[in-house]
Structure formats: structure tokens, C-alpha cells
Design a protein around this ligand. Structure first.
Ligand code: NDP
Ligand code: GDR
Length: 352
């Protein structure tokens, strides 16, 4: 059978307008999927990350379709699943900001936690034979009890976001065990890209560094510089999501680089890359990052501290490497370089 005669698989992505959703949509379209994405009504455009993939639905050969829905609205989820009848569902939609989850804990629980049950119940009620991916998170480990963290490391959530993701993790496992569903959790460690939301720390740093370099901004204010994360590239991580749904049997996998770095180090490599190496002076909330000409470029603002912090994350992705043949390609320094170069280009072309 020629490849053009092979029936296309259909995938549904929640959170398609987010960082991961946009990379995953690209990957699945390349793999000849029919891709459906759930978007939310918003008073301003929220499809910037997928505009390059979108075609007018009246044209022929359109393989990306967008539908309105919301993870807090079971009836919209049911209607969409009934209409699309996807082979694969990737649940990437969430209130995904850890610090913000302390401000909107109930909403975060509803969307990030209960939203998963709404999807799983719709699959079950409709009797769909769909494979289900749940975007689980290294935030589950929270106050870590062992390093590096594996699929067997106990969870200790440290935020309303992480508590909601813990519920989501277990309900996904529960539907797998109760109803024999192909439902999996990818326990993904932090992953970043030029499309990362601007309030997550890596993008906040690369964007500010670019703007400082171009004279558009004087300083960057940050919270906890000592937090350590295992940072990878989002483009590498969406491949792992797809691989999990192609496996013979459903299982949960850690996806990580196996390296950990502090926020401080991320600042150092980023500013060094743009020719403005920083040195640190002072201690605690008085610590400052000083640029090569003696100017203060980075200051601490305690507003960005969290009521409970996750100090150190470092993942062991041996199982994904062994069983899925997955491994990351982009290094820590390569990631910072990719992001700050994209921000320099962006801020030069569209200064704000
Ligand atoms: P983003 O914050 O970039 O994207 C979140 C997406 O969820 C957006 O498309 C957003 O839509 C959508 N969304 C938010 N609320 C709702 C809702 N009520 N109903 C439907 N959709 C909604 O997240 P990422 O792409 O970074 O992450 C993807 C998923 O992976 C998330 O679940 C996140 O928690 C999880 N995760 C992320 C990691 C990371 O390092 N990036 C690591 C581990 C897990 P809109 O554009 O309209 O706001
Ligand atoms: P995280 O990512 O909480 O790990 O969640 P974030 O980039 O927000 O924070 C990482 C660490 O940096 C410290 N930090 C700051 N963070 C932000 N946002 N802004 C600051 O100014 C700042 N200064 C220091 C934080 O305290 C923290 O320790 C991300 C999200 O994508 C989740 O959805 C996902 O599940 C996890 O990664 C894995």
C-alpha cells in the first residue's frame, strides 16, 4: 500500500495554543495525522504559536482543525470527542503556572485536575478506543526524597498546581487499571523553547537579556536564584509524548535530560552568550547581578518567591531511553543560546 493510501490517524490536542501543543501539532502534521485542537475563546488572539500551521478550512488538504471548548466544561468535551472520535488524545491543557496556582487554587484544581476526569469519562462513556496521554509533571516530586527522580520516586506536591497534577496522574492510572484503557502519564521535567510563556523563568531571563542588550529595558527582577531544574528542549519532549502512545502497552515514563542547573547558572550562560557576562554581589534578597560595565542588571524581588518552593529536580529518563528509544538532543547551553537568539531577533523586529 502506498503511503498516500494509508488512512490518516486522528489526534486531538488540548492545550494546542500552548508551548507544547504547538510543537506537538507540528510533529503530528509531519507524520500525516489529522490534527484537531481545542482552543478557548479569548478577547485577544491566543493562537500565535500555531498560526503558521493554520489553513483556511475552505481550502483543500486541510489537516489542522480548531474547535472551541474548555476543560472546565464537560459538555463541550463530550461533544468534541463524539464528533472527532480521535485515535489519540494528548491532554496538554492546564493552568500550568506554579506560582499563579497559589493565587487561583480552586480554578487550577478544576482545570488541571478535574479536567482530566472529564476527558477520561467522555472516552469511557462514548466507548472510544482512543489512546490517552496525560501531561504529568516533575512538580509531583516537589520536596524530593531521592535524587535523581525516577518513575518509582514518591510524590510530595508543593503547590496547588502540583496537587492537581497528582490527582490527574492517579486518575489516569486508575482509568487504565479499571477500564483497561490505553492511558499513560509522561512525567516531564521542565522543558523550554523560544515559544515558552514569558512569565516562566527561562524565557523571562532570555527575553530580558535581549531587551537589556538592545537598550529596551534596564533591569531584570527575579525570585529564587538557587532553585535547580532539569531543563530540556520542548521540541525533543513532544517526541517522547508521541512515542509513549505508539508503545505496545500503556505505561508511565520520566522524560528528562539528567542534568540539573540553577536559575543563577541559566542567567550566567544567557548573559555570557550575548557578550554581557555577569558577576554576583551581595547575599540573600540583596544579591545583584552586575554587568561588565558595572551596571546592576539583575535584582531580587521577593514577590517572586513561592509559599513553598521546589528546590531541586533532576530526572533519570533511563526507562524512556531503554523502552522508547528516546533521548534529548539539545543541551543546557544550546537551549539558552537558542532562546536568547530568538528573543534578540524578536525584540529587534518587534520591539515592545
Ligand atoms: P502552556 O501554559 O504553554 O499551555 C497551556 C495550554 O492549556 C494553553 O493552550 C492554554 O490555552 C490551555 N488551557 C488553559 N486552561 C484551559 C482550559 N480551561 N481549557 C482548555 N485549555 C486550557 O503549557 P505548556 O505547553 O508548557 O505545557 C503543556 C502541559 O504540560 C501542561 O499541562 C503543563 O502543566 C504540562 N507540563 C509542562 C512542563 C513544561 O516544562 N513546559 C513540564 C511538565 C508538565 P490558552 O492559550 O487559551 O491559555
Ligand atoms: P516551574 O517553572 O515552577 O518549575 O514549573 P518556572 O520557570 O516558573 O520556575 C522555575 C524556578 O525558577 C524560580 N524562579 C522564578 N520563576 C518564575 N516563574 N519567575 C521568576 O521571576 C523566578 N525567579 C526564580 C522558581 O521559584 C522556580 O523554582 C514549570 C511549569 O511549566 C509547570 O507547568 C511544569 O509542570 C514544571 O515546569 C515542570
Amino acid at each position: 500500500m502506498s503511503s498516500s493510501a494509508t488512512p490518516r490517524k486522528t489526534a486531538l490536542i488540548t492545550g494546542i495554543t500552548g508551548q507544547d501543543g504547538s510543537y506537538l501539532a507540528e510533529l503530528l502534521l509531519e507524520k500525516n495525522y489529522e490534527v484537531w485542537g481545542i482552543i478557548r475563546r479569548s478577547s485577544s488572539f491566543n493562537t500565535g504559536r500555531i498560526d503558521h500551521l493554520y489553513r483556511d478550512p475552505h481550502e483543500s488538504e486541510v489537516h489542522l482543525r480548531l474547535v472551541y471548548g474548555d476543560l472546565s466544561d464537560a459538555s463541550s468535551i463530550n461533544q468534541i470527542l463524539k464528533k472527532v472520535r480521535p485515535d489519540e488524545i494528548y491532554n496538554l491543557g492546564a493552568q500550568s503556572h506554579v506560582k499563579v496556582s497559589f493565587d487561583v487554587p480552586e480554578y487550577t484544581g478544576d482545570v488541571t485536575g478535574l479536567g482530566v476526569t472529564r476527558l477520561l469519562e467522555a472516552i469511557r462513556e462514548l466507548g472510544l478506543n482512543a489512546r490517552f496521554y496525560q501531561a504529568s509533571s516533575s512538580e509531583l516530586y516537589g520536596k524530593v526524597v531521592e535524587t535523581p527522580q525516577t518513575e518509582r520516586t514518591p510524590f510530595h506536591p508543593r503547590s496547588p498546581y502540583a496537587a492537581a497534577k497528582a490527582y490527574a496522574f492517579y486518575i489516569t492510572q486508575n482509568y487504565r487499571e479499571s477500564y483497561d484503557m490505553f492511558a499513560v502519564n509522561g512525567i516531564l521535567f521542565n522543558h523550554e523553547s523560544p515559544r515558552r510563556g514569558e512569565t516562566f523563568v527561562t524565557r523571562k531571563v532570555t527575553r530580558a537579556a535581549a531587551r537589556i542588550k538592545l537598550g529596551l529595558q534596564a533591569k531584570l527582577y527575579l525570585g529564587n536564584l538557587d532553585a535547580k531544574r532539569d531543563w530540556g528542549f520542548a521540541g525533543d519532549y513532544v517526541e517522547a509524548m508521541w512515542l509513549m502512545l505508539q508503545a505496545e502497552k500503556p505505561d508511565d515514563y520520566v522524560v528528562a535530560t539528567g542534568e540539573t542547573h540553577s536559575v543563577r547558572e541559566f542567567c550566567e550562560v544567557t548573559f555570557k552568550h550575548i557578550g554581557m557576562p555577569i558577576t554576583w554581589e551581595g547575599e540573600g534578597v540583596h544579591e545583584r547581578g552586575i554587568g561588565p560595565d558595572g551596571r546592576t542588571l539583575i535584582e531580587i524581588d521577593p514577590r517572586y518567591f513561592r509559599p513553598a518552593e521546589v528546590d531541586l529536580l533532576l530526572g533519570d529518563a533511563s526507562k524512556a531511553r531503554r523502552e522508547l528509544n528516546w533521548q534529548p538532543k539539545v543541551t543546557f547551553a544550546g537551549l539558552a543560546k537558542m532562546m536568547v537568539e530568538a528573543d534578540l531577533k524578536n525584540e529587534t523586529e518587534h520591539p515592545r
